[in-house]
Design a protein around this ligand. Structure first.
Ligand code: GMT
Length: 379
């Protein structure tokens, strides 16, 4: 199949899922055309089946807000026509689903039919999408998609709750390439960061308010009173200065490292003992799955789809959003030497249920079905 993938090119969530999906599909022989405003973060190598088309937005003094959606729709029209794509798969509804609708209508005037698949990732529904400034367009463009998928049952429920959606939403969970996360084992990192055998608590995110990083720091400051440990915070974003101040206030800076954006996060995860994700909202929690693929158990909140991934008492523990006391209790339990190996093994076993090879065929089926529905043929 020739597949157009539209996504954000960023390190986080939806961009990573879209890029890893495209890479896996390319390995299976599909031709994958990424359409986005810059080179996707994990697409830094050559493969004969992978193509990247950049969306350019010409500057004009009148445009206080450059019309990205129009430039994207025009690019989609161009690439579908020129590359003879079979299907367009857009990740994150805003503004990709409405741009795809526009492209589809333009292509129809040229006698070209292109099925559009929209994958909902989370904040496009739970945070930004349901805002009255966007809701009518989001509802319309989801309903106009030929197939809609969401990354968790919870996100599907939330979508039906907040939008008058008439389409069936198919849940296809996120996935992980276990091999990539297993082959790392950087013991020298552990020796350097935790020379006295301290336990390592890790978090990775884009440091937005929704991640509740303040809870992580409070959990850590209590845990270290009982068990010698270090906290590694990977990523960067708007909350970082506030969080650095909180560490100073609590007098724990010597045991907390802000590592910034690291690409090879698996190297750190390979030596971690527990992953913390106390988010306010989290449709799936891909970063937690990646940790589990490195045998790291998870202490999480019960937000969104997290309980679908992190099995309470098995792969880690789930607490109510904001219940720092419970998260401290659970972390201390899990870090005991007679408990940790079992939780680690369970985390890896659970991650294997989301192995990339099991999930990619689900997307291929959705593409084939959409092509059959729209064009009445198989590709
Ligand atoms: O929250 C993030 O870190 C980024 C965000 C995004 O939109 O890229 O992630 C969302 O999509 C991911 C991939 O499907 C999910 O694993 C995250 O849970 C989801 N984030 C939220 O729902 C807050």
């Amino acid at each position: 199949m020739k597949i157009g993938i539209v996504c954000y090119p960023t390190f986080g969530g939806s961009g990573v899922v879209a890029t890893e999906l495209g890479k896996a599909l390319a390995q299976k022989g599909h031709k994958i055309h990424f359409i986005t405003y810059s080179q996707p973060a994990r697409l830094e190598f050559f493969n004969e089946n992978l193509f990247y088309h950049e969306v350019n937005i010409p500057a004009y003094p009148l445009f206080q807000y450059p019309p990205y959606e129009l430039a994207l729709a025009s690019k989609m029209v161009d690439i579908v026509q020129y590359e003879k794509l079979d299907v367009l798969h857009v990740h994150y509804a805003i503004p990709h689903a409405s741009a795809a609708y526009m492209a589809k209508q333009i292509l129809l005037t040229k006698g070209i039919q292109i099925p559009v698949i929209t994958t909902l990732h989370g904040t496009d529904i739970t945070l930004v999408g349901k805002d009255a400034s966007y809701e009518p367009v989001v509802t319309f463009s989801i309903n106009q998609s030929d197939a809609v998928t969401s990354v968790s049952e919870d996100l599907k429920t939330e979508t039906y709750k907040h939008f008058p959606i008439t389409k069936d939403i198919k849940v296809i969970p996120n996935f992980v390439n276990i091999e990539r996360f297993q082959k790392q084992r950087k013991d020298h990192f552990k020796a350097a960061i935790a020379p006295f055998g301290e336990k390592l608590l890790v978090h990775t995110s884009n440091f937005r308010g929704v991640k509740r990083i303040g809870d992580i720091i409070k959990i850590f400051s209590k845990v270290r009173e009982v068990i010698p440990s270090k906290l590694l915070l990977v990523g960067d974003g708007p909350e970082r200065p506030k969080m650095e101040n909180l560490c100073r206030k609590l007098g724990i800076c010597q045991d907390v490292r802000f590592l910034g954006k690291l690409e090879a996060v698996e190297e750190l995860l390979s030596v971690a003992d527990v992953f913390l994700m106390p988010s306010e909202k989290e449709s799936f929690g891909l970063a937690a799955l990646e940790a589990m693929a490195c045998e790291v158990p998870v202490i999480s909140s019960n937000a969104g789809g997290l309980p679908e991934l992190n099995i309470h008492g098995v792969t880690g523990f789930v607490s109510k959003v904001g219940d720092v006391k419970d998260m401290v209790k659970n972390t201390l339990f899990l870090l005991q030497d007679d408990q940790l190996p079992t939780f680690k093994a369970n985390a890896l076993a659970r991650a294997k249920e989301f192995e990339i090879g099991k999930i990619v065929p689900m997307y291929e089926d959705v593409y084939q079905q959409a092509i059959a529905d729209v064009l009445g043929k198989k590709v």
